[in-house]
Design a protein around this ligand. Sequence first.
Ligand SMILES: *Cc1c(COP(=O)(O)O)cnc(C)c1O
Length: 253
Amino acid sequence: MNEAEAGRASGAGPGPDPRLDELRERLAAVRLRVDGAVAAAGRPGNRPQLIVVTKFHPAQDVRRLASLGITDVGENRDQEAAEKAAALRGLELRWHFIGQLQSNKAKSVVKYAHAVHSVDRLQLASALAKAMVAEHERTGRAPLECFIQVSLDDDADGHRGGARPADVPALAGLLAESEGLRLAGVMAVAPLGADPVVAFGKLAEVSAGLTADHPDATGISAGMSQDLETAIRFGATHLRIGSDILGPRPALG
Ligand SMILES: *Cc1c(COP(=O)(O)O)cnc(C)c1O
């Protein structure tokens, strides 16, 4: 391996790195869309936090993104996230867990996650709270940011996960009173085939209800590659963007 190849393999240069150039361009295009949507929504200076969803893409891409100024990345499977976080421990990154989560994974997730966007049931909230007590004792880490994932499907058991809006207050109460957890707000994925205007409008209502009881829980995690403009229009504070920055997800090996 010559020096240029070694540099490419490490993702740290020297030598050309076409993938880095590609990510830079895609990221710039997404930032332009975000800026346009922020301006159109009349909320200048109030840019949502960009979380780049790196699931199925190698740790090397996360390293490249960090070199482009990305601070927040999202993953949806514990094993993959834990491995990448361990491989990239030296970088200043905040890891956001955005996928359906089994309670028995709580212990693992609190070791690396800054936030969990997919808290959708009491049992999971309890497991995260318990895991955070132990993790805080061990490391003194900051509270885990918790977003309540809300189902926007009409049929309550939407396969994309989430609590029914009627169940949000109880879940919020538990998160708010749990040591080691911080109730950050709400999260949703627009149902497949549904109008994102309707979906994110509904999420904004759920958020308004939540902040009436919990004034600090102003987070709205909404907006993916396809619908980020609509999400921003309806008050998204956190965007979760994958494919428009990283390209199509590689097939699972
Ligand atoms: C994969 C994923 C995203 C990113 O979706 P893209 O369409 O690739 O931007 C966002 N949120 C969740 C919950 C995801 O699973």
